[in-house]
Design a protein around this ligand. Structure first.
Ligand SMILES: [Mg+2]
Length: 338
């Protein structure tokens, strides 16, 4: 019989697993993290606070067999992608867990190990949280992340400009394909390597913090959003909030080599999944055409590809183009929760 979290108790869990996730470097001399009623954090005068929250629920966002090491990292990284999309630098996070009392202790330990690794990687400090018993039997992981951005330097969704080029980082659709492979909705006779790559992309997004910060530092971004609901839905959000529209060249949407191999086999049937499947956590950027070259150089330095997929136009909504010709809009355009 394995030990459960109940054997350690709430305070035991905090002391053994979560206190070590509070790295000193994120806290100033007069700051205070885990252990008091609230964390006390110093915001430099020149900065504004960014805050974002995301919840992963067992049975909705992940299966009961998911690796807690990766779950912790994903819970952090979906938030990191939001901070990246604002052009900010992440610093602190709060962790709230709802766990059945029967949760194995090693599960909680693996979760903490994943958080520790990413905490080091992204220089984040856990500064507080909450652990409650889940009576429903399912696990819920909520992370609230705090970051900083220079005064009035946050990159918003609502400030795209007419004539801007629309760029995406990395590749689109891998995560949705990975999930579809895992759920058996796509049966692939192809190499296991491709399936491993795609499911990895689903499990572990790569927040493009370095690229976003570099572009923000050089004032190259007019607007940005991270692609969580699917490229088309998030492009729609950016356009609506900027009160403009977009021409989207669907044949320019970047696909990974693994996604391309599936696309070559299944063709356009795969397009709704690729473009609207969601959970890419790549960045969609709106930049002035004159800045394209500099953005390209910055991306090269960060070893991230950026691809020009369209242009911001006056007419609201998204106009779709393939091979330079207008095409009919997609009927299914993105993930919604309800
Ligand atoms: Mg977002």
């Amino acid at each position: 019989m394995h030990d459960t979290i109940a054997s350690l108790g709430e305070f035991g869990l905090i002391r053994e697993l979560f206190l070590p996730l509070q790295f000193g470097e994120g806290l100033g001399e007069f700051d205070c993290g885990i252990g008091d009623d609230a964390a006390v954090l110093t915001i430099p005068r020149t900065q504004q606070l960014l805050t974002t929250v995301d919840t992963l629920v067992e049975g909705i966002h992940f299966g009961s067999d998911a690796d807690p090491f990766l779950l912790g990292q994903k819970a952090l990284r979906v938030n990191l992608a939001d901070i990246a999309a604002m052009g900010g630098v992440p610093h602190w996070y709060l962790l709230s867990l709802a766990l059945p009392a029967s949760t194995p202790l090693f599960w909680a330990r693996r979760l903490a190990e994943g958080l520790a690794e990413d905490g080091q990687r992204y220089r984040l400090s856990l500064v507080g949280g909450d652990t409650v018993a889940s009576r429903s039997g399912s696990i819920t992981i909520t992370i609230t992340l705090f970051g900083l951005v220079g005064q009035q330097r946050a990159v918003l969704r609502s400030t795209a400009q007419l004539g801007d080029r629309l760029l995406v980082s990395g590749s689109i659709g891998d995560s949705a394909l990975g999930l579809a492979c895992r759920l058996g909705r796509i049966v692939s006779p192809q190499q296991q390597d491709d399936i491993d790559y795609l499911t990895r992309r689903h499990d572990l997004p790569e927040p493009r913090l370095e690229l976003a910060q570099m572009l923000q530092d050089s004032s190259l971004l007019h607007a940005a959003i991270d692609i969580s609901d699917g490229l088309i839905a998030d492009l729609g959000h950016l356009c609506n909030q900027s009160r403009l529209g977009a021409q989207l060249h669907v044949d320019h949407i970047p696909l990974s080599a693994a996604a391309k191999r599936l696309y070559e086999r299944d063709g356009s049937a795969l397009e709704p999944l690729l473009w609207s499947g969601g959970e890419d956590y790549e960045l969609l950027l709106s930049v002035s055409p004159g800045a394209l070259e500099m953005v390209g150089h910055a991306a090269q330095r960060c070893q991230v590809t950026v691809t020009d997929i369209g242009v911001v136009v006056q007419d609201p909504g998204i106009a779709y183009y393939r091979a330079g010709q207008p095409m009919a809009p997609l009927s299914h355009t993105g993930w919604t929760h309800f």
